[in-house]
Every structure is written in structure tokens, then in C-alpha cells.
Write a protein that binds this ligand. Structure first.
Ligand code: ATP
Length: 609
């Protein structure tokens, strides 16, 4: 089935661009279009007014009225452009703001996170995020100004063409066709058409990455240490160069096309002006009418070339990208629908147990099986440590518990209710976590500990003390350099703050605590003391600890060993040591490494590879 022309038009990114303008700012858009129409029509009316003045001069009569009218029009013609420019730029900024807000919402709103990891969406995401940086074209506020100039040409040209109908019906048709052909010829010759190719977008992504490597503080250490400064700059310059080349190639006027355009335009104008001249000579047209029509014939040329296509391509690309992402991210970040009315977990969930039943899971868009019919029961109210080699799936298990993804097969049940049938927001309110890559909010310590809501100073201090983080900074000190009075913390200090955040959440109702390497950056002495305190503070909750440090692992009530997507051993520390399986091997390996007299019991050891 072929699409209707209207449907095809609606699919065009230019159409989408104009559709977004009223969403960005309705009154400003109405004003913009009104000013555009006025600005486009006034010069054609001015041509008529000058014709009237010439007619009066030639034929006699009072000049006051015609001169006054022409004078007012002239004044309006002088006043409109700066006003239109200001409105265009303002509207462009509103469009930028709308796009940025929409993109932020689009990224944040889906309940899952797969949409942020999907390579198929990465290019659109780059275009949508970077459009105002000027890497592949002017920023939006300038583009809207260029678009206004282009539209003005079109409206002005059409207005002049309408006036020219008074001379001969064919004259405006010929001129409009000739001038419009310049658009078609130049566009078809590829002048504007390849500005947003995958190659441009890929170059943009690489340039952007190199730029961030160079300007962000985090990579600064490695750049210097590994002597990568030159490499980053070269990479950035090379990608930018490539972008410029692509841009240049895309915008370069092809000589052959231009020559053809000039010939067409020359022929059309020769015909019209020839006819005008002839009509003047043979007395078919009076001088005032010749003045009007000659100006109109010149006015039709406003349709020509213009930067309209070019500016529209540039402005419409991010709009189309954001609108595409809106739908795609909603789909990719969606989770399975509940089979019944979502249930709100009772009390401090879970009450009895969490059970993984035959859970099979691959990350979306990948083939590797992370869990293969995994069965695991986590009794509520105790602590469970999960151990296993790098990449065994420990963090993935925590992410599934947070329902950031759904299993491909099997189910995760909380007190017998499938996680998919629980009210997601209510479930997440009952979970707290310290992830390996926890967020270091550039906010005051207060909000780092209690980001979700207000807390009293006493509550905050209690959480900080339990996490061994008292005295790090004032509650209102911003934990980032670059803010007045701001400070940065060491890795271990940050980890204590993240622990305090989790402990505070437990105090305010979280019943499931996920700790993914929560003490990896703590010094050996601090680690044990703090972990014991954390266990005490989370006694009322169900705690899941992921760790390579057996000194903390052994403190958990139960331990499970994850390998090849399944649980291969389970039990208390003593039980697993007695069992003499994988846990015991790993434990002893680590104990031996740290057997250098740290601790008689071999308690203080470190990461197992
Ligand atoms: N977002 C993702 N998309 C695709 N694959 C992923 C993603 N995150 C992790 N993986 C893969 O899933 C596997 C399990 O990762 P996971 O982070 O759960 O391991 P882990 O047991 O926590 O490892 P570690 O001890 O190193 O922290 C790894 O092979 C990893 O490459």
C-alpha cells in the first residue's frame, strides 16, 4: 500500500520541525508567523505604492496621500527585520529548551534502563544531545533565524509573483519555475542532502568523546600518566576536520549545477523583462505599471537559492531525532506489564522470602546467557552474600531485583508474588542499594545522604556515624570542587557517604538492602568495623552483599556461590568451608595471599580475581 502524499509530508523531518514550534512556545510561534507574513508581503505592497507615486507624478494630482502611504510602508519595512530577528532567535532558544527538556524526560521516564544501553539509539542520542554545540551546524537560535530569512524570501517571492499576475499570467509562472528550479537543482546535486548521514553522526560522536576526554577532570590523570594528551587532541582535531570536510562537501556549490541554474534564471528573466520592455515601448503599459511590475519581477527572485533547505535540515535533524527517541526509548525502556492489578508490597518488603525461580536472562540485544535457569531463595530478614568470579552476574542479580530489567524466562517472586505484578514504585521505595558505581551527586552532603526527601540533622548524622562517615564535611558543604566552599572526598570517604545513604533509606523504610562491593575502597581496619555496624543497622532488613572480600563475606548469615549462570554452592561460612568446594578454595586462596601476619585469623584479606 502506498502512503498518501499528506502522510509522506507528515513523515518529513521539516514538517516535524514546524510542528514542534507551537509546542515550544505557542504565542511566540503565532507572532513569528505573523511577522513573517507581514515582512514578506510589505515589499510587494511597497512596489505598488511606488508605482502609485510614479503614476501621480506622471499624471498629476496630490502626492500627499501616496507619499505618506509609501513612507509608512518604508518605515514598517525598516522596523520589521530587527523585530523578526529577535523573535526568531528567541523562538530558537525555546525550541532548544523544549528539545532538551523532552530528551531529559525521555531518558529518565522509562522504568527500565535498556534504552540507554541500546547501540541502535546511540546516534540519535548524540544528535539530540549535541545539536546546540555547533559541531555540525549553527546552534538552534541561529538556525531559526536563517529559516526565517529563507521563509521570508519564499513569502516575499510569492507576494511579488501575485502582483506580477497583473502584467501577464505566464510571467510569474515562468519566474517562479526558474527560481524554484535552483532549489531543486542544488538539492538534487547533493549540496544539502548529505549533512546528516550516518558518517557525519559517527564522526560527531567520536569528536564529542575525544572532546570530553580532553575537558573532563576525571580522565585527566590517565591522559597525563600515559602520555595521551597529544593523542586526544589529534583525535579530536582529526574528527573535527573530518566533520568539516563532510560539511564542506555537503554545502559546496557544485559549479555545473550553479551554471545550469544561472542559465535557466537568465532565460526566464530575459523573457519576462523583454516582454515588459516591449509592452512599455509599444505603449501597452504605462510608466507606473512598468515600475510596479519590474519591481515585482525582481521580487520573485527572493525565492532563489536561500539557505532555507540547509538551515531546515540542520534544525529539523535534532527535532526528528528527539521525536524518534521519544517512541523508541519508551519501548526499549519498558518492562513487562503486570498480569493483574499491581500489588503494593506489604510493610517492609519482603516479609518471608525472595525467590528466583528458573530465571534466565540475557542483556537486551546480546546473546550471552548471564543466568541459565537460576534458582535461589533469599530468606527475609537475614544477610546473604553472593560471591563469584568477575562477570559471574552478581551485579546483574542486584539489577534484576531492582527490576531494571525483566528476566527472559522464569520469575522473581517476593513472598510468592511475581515482581512483575508488584507496584514498581512501591517496590523500589522499599529497596536501597550501594552500587559499585554509585552516584557522587554534586550536591551538599545533606542531599547526598537523603536525596529523596527532607531529613533532620540528627537523622543524617546518625546515618553518617553508622557508616563511619562523621566529620567528613558540613551537612551543607557541596561535595564537589568548583562550587563555593565545595570539597571533594577520597574514594573511601565517598563510599562511606554512599553507605550512609543506604542506611538512611533503611531507617526510612527500605526493607531490602543491596550492597555491591560496598567496602572495596575502605581501608582494612575501617572495612570490618564499618561492615559490622552496617549489618547491625540493617538487621531489620534483608541484606544482600556482593563482595570479593571474604573478610566481610564470612560475616553474612548465608553465602551463595554463583558460577556459569547458576548457584553452585549455598550455606553459612562454616558449612561451606566444611563442604570443601569452590567457596573453600576461593577463601583459602585469598587467606593465603594475606597470610603475611596481618591477622591471626586470616580475616583481613582482599580481592579475589
Ligand atoms: N549493561 C550491560 N549490557 C550487556 N552486558 C552486560 C551489561 N552489564 C554487564 N554485562 C555483562 O554481564 C556479565 C555479568 O556482569 P555483572 O556486572 O553482573 O558481573 P559481576 O559478577 O558483578 O562482576 P564483577 O565481579 O566484575 O563486578 C558480564 O559478562 C558483563 O560483561
Amino acid at each position: 500500500m502506498t502512503e498518501s502524499p499528506l502522510a509522506r509530508l507528515r513523515e518529513r523531518q521539516e514538517w516535524k520541525f514546524f510542528g514542534v514550534l507551537p509546542k515550544a512556545d505557542l504565542p511566540l510561534t503565532v507572532l513569528w508567523w505573523t511577522l513573517l507574513l507581514l515582512s514578506g508581503i510589505v515589499p510587494a505592497v511597497f512596489a505598488i505604492a511606488t508605482g502609485v507615486v510614479v503614476g501621480v507624478v506622471a499624471g498629476g494630482g496630490s502626492l500627499v496621500g501616496p507619499l505618506l502611504f509609501a513612507g509608512v510602508l518604508f518605515l514598517v519595512m525598516q522596523l520589521l527585520p530587527p523585530v523578526l530577528q529577535a523573535v526568531s532567535m528567541n523562538l530558537g532558544s525555546r525550541v532548544s529548551a523544549w528539545l532538551n527538556d523532552t530528551l531529559a524526560r525521555t531518558c529518565v521516564e522509562p522504568p527500565g534502563i535498556a534504552h540507554l544501553e541500546d547501540p541502535a539509539l546511540a546516534e540519535d542520542l548524540t544528535v539530540a544531545r549535541e545539536f546546540d554545540r555547533g559541531m555540525t551546524g549553527p546552534p538552534m537560535f541561529l538556525n531559526v533565524d536563517f529559516i526565517a530569512a529563507g521563509l521570508l524570501g519564499l513569502i516575499g517571492g510569492v507576494a511579488s509573483a501575485i502582483v506580477l499576475v497583473g502584467f501577464a499570467w505566464w510571467a510569474p509562472l515562468v519566474l517562479v519555475a526558474c527560481w524554484a528550479a535552483t532549489h531543486w537543482l542544488l538539492r538534487e546535486s547533493g549540496v544539502w542532502s548529505d549533512r546528516n548521514t550516518p558518517e557525519v553522526r559517527a564522526a560527531q560522536r567520536h569528536a564529542d568523546y575525544a572532546y570530553r576526554l580532553a575537558t573532563d577532570p576525571a580522565p585527566a590523570k590517565e591522559l597525563r600518566l600515559f602520555g595521551l594528551a597529544g593523542w586526544v587532541v589529534e583525535r579530536f582535531v582529526a574528527r573535527r576536520q573530518r566533520l568539516f570536510e563532510l560539511q564542506y562537501r555537503a554545502t559546496r556549490l557544485r559549479e555545473k549545477s550553479v551554471l545550469l541554474c544561472l542559465l535557466i534564471v537568465l532565460a526566464g528573466n530575459a523573457a519576462v523583462f523583454g516582454a515588459l520592455g516591449l509592452a512599455g515601448v509599444t505603449g501597452g503599459l504605462t510608466i507606473d505599471r512598468i515600475v510596479v511590475f519590474a519591481q515585482s519581477a525582481v521580487g520573485v527572485s527572493l525565492i532563489a537559492f536561500g539557505g532555507l533547505n540547509w538551515a531546515l535540515d540542520g534544525a529539523a535533524a535534532p527535532v526528528a531525532a528527539v521525536l524518534r527517541l521519544e517512541g523508541a526509548m519508551r519501548d526499549r525502556g519498558a518492562l513487562a506489564r503486570p498480569t493483574a492489578t499491581p500489588q503494593v508490597p506489604a510493610g517492609h518488603a519482603p516479609v518471608r522470602e525472595i525467590r528466583f525461580r528458573g530465571v534466565t536472562f540475557r542483556y537486551p540485544g546480546t546473546d550471552r546467557l548471564i543466568f541459565d535457569r537460576l534458582d535461589l531463595t533469599i530468606p527475609a530478614g537475614g544477610s546473604l552474600a553472593i560471591v563469584g568470579q568477575n562477570g559471574a552476574g552478581k551485579t546483574t542479580l542486584a539489577k534484576l531485583l531492582c527490576r531494571l530489567y525483566d528476566p527472559d524466562d522464569g520469575s522473581i517472586e517476593v513472598d510468592g508474588v511475581d515482581l512483575r505484578d508488584l507496584d514498581l514504585a512501591a517496590w523500589r521505595q522499599r529497596i536501597t542499594a550501594v552500587f559499585q558505581d554509585f552516584v557522587r551527586f554534586e550536591l551538599p552532603l545533606r542531599e547526598n545522604v537523603a536525596p529523596a526527601g527532607p531529613a533532620t540533622d540528627d537523622e543524617l548524622r546518625a546515618a553518617l556515624t553508622a557508616a563511619g562517615a562523621d566529620g567528613l564535611a558540613g551537612l551543607d558543604t557541596v561535595l564537589a570542587k568548583g562550587y563555593p566552599g565545595g570539597t571533594d572526598l577520597s574514594g573511601g570517604q565517598w563510599q562511606r557517604v554512599a553507605l550512609a545513604r543506604a542506611l538512611h533509606a533503611v531507617r526510612t523504610g527500605a526493607g531490602l538492602v543491596l550492597l555491591d562491593e560496598p567496602t572495596a575502597q575502605l581501608d582494612v581496619r575501617g572495612e570490618l568495623a564499618i561492615f559490622e555496624r552496617v549489618l547491625a543497622a540493617t538487621r531489620s532488613a534483608t541484606t544482600i552483599l556482593i563482595s570479593h572480600r571474604f573478610s566481610t563475606v564470612r560475616l553474612a548469615d548465608r553465602i551463595c556461590v554463583l558460577e556459569h549462570g547458576r548457584v553452585i554452592e549455598q550455606g553459612s561460612h562454616d558449612e561451606l568451608i566444611t563442604l570443601g568446594g569452590r567457596y573453600r578454595t576461593m577463601y583459602q586462596l585469598q587467606a593465603r595471599r594475606f597470610d603475611a601476619g596481618f591477622d591471626e585469623e586470616g580475616v583481613a584479606f582482599d580481592v579475589l580475581g
